[in-house]
Write a protein that binds this ligand. Structure first.
Ligand SMILES: *[C@@H]1O[C@H](CO)[C@@H](O)[C@H](O)[C@H]1NC(C)=O
Ligand SMILES: *[C@@H]1O[C@H](CO)[C@@H](O)[C@H](O)[C@H]1NC(C)=O
Ligand SMILES: *[C@@H]1O[C@H](CO)[C@@H](O)[C@H](O)[C@H]1NC(C)=O
Ligand SMILES: *[C@@H]1O[C@H](CO)[C@@H](O)[C@H](O)[C@H]1NC(C)=O
Ligand SMILES: *[C@@H]1O[C@H](CO)[C@@H](O)[C@H](O)[C@H]1NC(C)=O
Length: 289
């Protein structure tokens, strides 16, 4: 039933959330530097925390239709937060052709669950037949978000920033946002318990949960799909970053990173760009496991 690749990830998720969680606090430091700073935090939330005020009005009127350097619009848009404030909004990067993976998710961890909304993020496709198939799938499940950029692996950063855009404009009331991939298994009961018991049912702020990866070398070999040229990224190593298969954000962090991403130069490896480069202009002081 489950695809083979799901199981290693399942283990990672369980370990990720139960034992080796690292907690990064991202603080917008004073305006003078305009950079991010990460600190270790022990207490993430205050009992008084009442949620995140929708900040979309702080953005320019042209922001909605801009995605970094593209003219943007949603091709398929489902407004799942209209009548509810989910505890957890799960935004799953999916490739248009991954019908089976989406089906597996809908039948397993992505089954309808109280206080949780799940959406699949896709870009556009070449073929109008495939687009029709996707529209039919969406008609059945109402769980696609499609942006008007071509769905290719070099365009994944657009997809990640589209995740942010959706949260800011269409679901700012979500308490937590999980960005994950369609080959990951999320242990939803554990996740919900973690959010409501270990964190807070009222939400949190300044929070990005992940298992950080340090001292990653930039791949230069032409054999690698992940090869990066010196023009694209001159340094030997990437900054410490959060691998993109499971990122648990608080909404304020999404807003801060979105603003940075919208004006930064495009770099196509989304997790490195967004959770590494954009947060590490001041490197993290420490991590706690
Ligand atoms: C939280 O609420 C309590 C009582 O309502 C108040 O005494 C306390 O100052 C508040 N804390 C913060 C950080 O606002
Ligand atoms: C975006 O739209 C504007 C005005 O409609 C146009 O001038 C510009 O060339 C477009 N940019 C891209 C990258 O398509
Ligand atoms: C959601 O709300 C928006 C505006 O707030 C409205 O235009 C839209 O029709 C609503 N959609 C649904 C599905 O209720
Ligand atoms: C789009 O279609 C063309 C021709 O069929 C093909 O060469 C190209 O690789 C396709 N691009 C994507 C992103 O699917
Ligand atoms: C990314 O998407 C844009 C907009 O659809 C497209 O013009 C561009 O070719 C895509 N880039 C790659 C590398 O696929």
């Amino acid at each position: 039933m489950l695809e083979k690749r799901l199981w290693p990830n399942l283990l990672f998720i369980i370990f990720g959330f139960l034992t080796c969680v690292a907690l990064w606090q991202i603080v917008l430091s004073p305006r003078s530097s305009g950079m991010f700073q990460m600190n270790t935090v022990y207490s993430l939330y205050t009992q008084n925390y009442t949620g995140f005020a929708n900040p979309a009005h702080q953005l320019s009127v042209t922001d909605y239709n801009q995605l970094i350097d593209l003219n943007f619009s949603f091709v398929i848009l489902n407004l799942v937060c209209n009548e509810s404030s989910p505890l957890l909004l799960v935004l799953v990067h999916s490739s248009p052709k991954n019908f089976a993976k989406r089906r597996t998710i809908r039948e397993t961890w992505g089954r309808k669950s109280e206080h949780v909304k799940i959406l699949f993020m896709i870009g556009t496709v070449n073929s109008s037949d495939l687009q029709k198939t996707l529209e039919n799938e969406n008609r059945l499940h109402n769980d696609f978000i499609q942006g008007n950029f071509l769905d290719t692996y070099r365009n994944i950063t657009y997809k990640h920033v589209m995740v942010f855009k959706y949260v800011i404009y269409h679901c700012p009331q979500a308490k937590y946002i999980l960005k994950t991939d369609d080959d990951v298994f999320v242990n939803m009961p554990t996740m919900k318990k973690f959010l409501t018991v270990d964190l807070s049912p009222f939400g949190a702020n300044k929070m990005l949960f992940c298992t950080p990866r340090k001292n990653t070398k930039v791949l230069r070999t032409y054999r690698s799909k992940w090869r990066v040229s010196f023009t694209e990224y001159p340094n030997r190593n990437y900054p410490t970053y959060c691998p993109g298969w499971t990122l648990l954000y608080s909404p304020d962090v999404i807003f801060a990173l979105y603003k940075e991403a919208q004006r930064a130069d495009y770099f196509w490896i989304d997790d490195i760009h967004i959770t590494g480069t954009l947060t590490a202009k001041n490197p993290p002081h420490s991590h706690r496991y």
